[in-house]
Design a protein around this ligand. Structure first.
Ligand SMILES: *[C@@H]1O[C@H](CO)[C@@H](O)[C@H](O)[C@H]1NC(C)=O
Length: 504
């Protein structure tokens, strides 16, 4: 008898191969999952279930992380159920991910090979959260160890003859981008954003501060982008998109010390129409998605003058939005703008917590921060966003490195003293979307809220349906969703939880 039981146990162990989270509580209401060379929590690759069943995955404050459960559709009627309406089709998804900042690469570099592998697999493999769209800074950002561009000559270099990628590209970005590409079987897509131009191209002759691009360099700045795409292509990395530049409004908030190029929409439109648009469309990178704004949602009204310029607007594919002041402006602004400009997509290109001076940069294990990610993502998906891209993928325990000490939080925090890293609730919050809502998924009709739970639904290109449900409430509740093609889903939603339901 005993050997049979052992055999059965062995069988059960071998099919249920997911590695459990090693919880650690740092006292911020919530826990991290600890990863090191020997251990890191994983998710079993998702496999199709019979057509009368659905799979649900739950992560919650109580400690579940992507807990898998199989449920069955019921044929009973429930008057409280919300009904999926496939005749209503909204935006098509591009992807989810984070940014290959220098800080991300530096923190990856600190780790031993095994632990580093666990970190990269956590983001990109099918036992992780399967990121699909990442941002690559053109040159340095505030999360670098110095201020730099690719052409920091003293005098103007009008031929861009001295343009050169930097050690940061070769050591901290390119190797990890290539590794991520391999893990995603080349499905991972990228978009690029520049923080600043070489100081000599700017009116204030400095990489930060209140400066714009000098008019005589409007074309040279676009030629610089082409050089960047050429240089990355030579390394085997091609791009899906380009933004017009990170947060042009920073030029008016000079005390931040963050590198930037100041643009006003009623000037940028001319640059887009005369230089950026024609040059990109006539280059070998003509298919690049061009996204403007790349700045706060609260500043979106400034966009009207730009979008009203037909010449500029004709070159633009989308509007890129950052999350930092979203508490003061509802996501419904995006729907209002979408109705005016339905052919331009919305995309979220940066977010992080811990950016306020009165708040600590890193709050290890904070469930609240995870919830804020989960809530922002669902609100944006409900209001036409085609993707949501986080900021640094990995920072250290003080939220750096950042040469201007602009430390913040990240979904993964690396501890350089112990060679461990910590997967925070923010990591699982993004994962409940990124792993399941694949490229080409289309949002379908379903009311946004039921019993206080926020809900969004997608049809995937592989004929799967994905429903994400976020409960920020303190108590357990139940949701009922009727899929006319399948039947009724009745699911208990635990307190403080992120949930994803998938079926084929
Ligand atoms: C994180 O990086 C910053 C900047 O390089 C450094 O000053 C700080 O000491 C680092 N923190 C830890 C815990 O190593």
């Amino acid at each position: 008898m005993l050997p049979k039981v052992l055999l059965l146990l062995f069988f059960v162990a071998s099919v249920r191969s997911a590695t459990e989270c090693l919880h650690r509580d740092f006292g911020y209401t919530g826990t991290v999952c600890v990863c090191n060379a020997e251990h890191c929590d994983t998710i079993d690759p998702i496999t199709e279930v019979p057509s009368n069943q659905y799979i649900s995955y739950t992560s919650n404050l109580e400690g579940l992380r992507f807990q898998r459960e199989v449920g069955e559709f019921s044929s009973t009627e429930n008057s409280k159920a919300d009904v999926i309406d496939r005749s209503k089709r909204y935006q098509e998804i591009v992807g989810f991910g984070g940014a290959f900042t220098d800080a991300t690469g530096i923190n990856l570099d600190i780790l031993d090979e095994q632990t580093r592998e666990h970190l990269i697999r956590s983001y990109f493999s099918d036992e992780g959260i399967e990121y699909s769209l990442c941002r690559v800074p053109i040159g340095g950002t505030d999360f670098s160890t110095r201020s730099y561009s690719y052409l920091d000559t003293r005098n103007p270099d009008l031929e861009l003859a001295n343009f050169a990628l930097q050690d940061e590209d070769y050591n901290y970005k390119i190797p990890y981008i290539l590794q991520a590409l391999e893990l995603t079987e080349n499905k991972l897509q990228f978009f690029a954003s520049a923080w600043t131009a070489p100081a000599w191209m700017k009116t204030n002759e400095a990489p930060d501060g209140d400066g714009e691009l000098k008019r005589e360099y409007w074309q040279l700045w676009v030629d610089y982008f082409i050089k960047f795409f050429d240089s990355y292509k030579a390394e085997g990395i091609e791009f899906w998109g380009l933004t017009t530049g990170n947060e042009p409004s920073l030029a008016f908030f000079t005390w931040t010390g963050i590198n930037s190029i100041g643009w006003l929409p009623w000037t940028q439109n001319k640059w887009i129409a005369r230089n950026l648009g024609p040059t990109i469309r006539n280059s070998e990178y003509s298919d690049l998605k061009l996204m403007t704004h790349d700045d706060q949602r609260i500043l979106l009204p400034l966009m009207f003058s730009l979008l009203a310029d037909e010449a500029a607007a004709s070159y633009l594919d989308g509007i890129a939005v950052h999350w930092y002041w979203n508490d003061f402006v509802p996501a419904s602004w995006q729907t209002n703008i979408h109705e005016l400009y339905p052919e331009k997509f919305f995309i979220n290109t940066e977010a992080c917590k811990g950016d306020r001076p009165w708040d600590s940069a890193v709050r290890l294990g904070s469930w609240d921060r995870g919830e804020q990610y989960a809530r922002d993502i669902i609100e944006n998906l409900q209001h036409w966003s085609v993707g949501w891209v986080d900021w640094n993928m990995a920072l250290n325990t003080t939220g750096g490195p950042s040469y201007i000490s602009n430390e913040v939080d990240a979904p993964i925090i690396v501890n350089p003293d112990t060679y461990e890293f910590y997967k925070q609730p923010m990591f699982y919050a993004i994962g409940h979307y990124s792993k399941f809502i694949t490229k080409g998924s289309v949002r379908i009709g379903l009311p946004f809220k039921q019993n206080g739970v926020s809900i969004v639904a997608f049809d995937r290109p592989d004929e799967a349906t994905v429903i994400v449900a976020i409960n920020t409430g303190e108590s357990e509740t139940e949701i009922h969703i009727q899929d006319p093609d399948k039947g009724l889903i009745s699911k208990v939603i635990t307190a403080k939880s992120f949930n994803t339901i998938i079926y084929w």
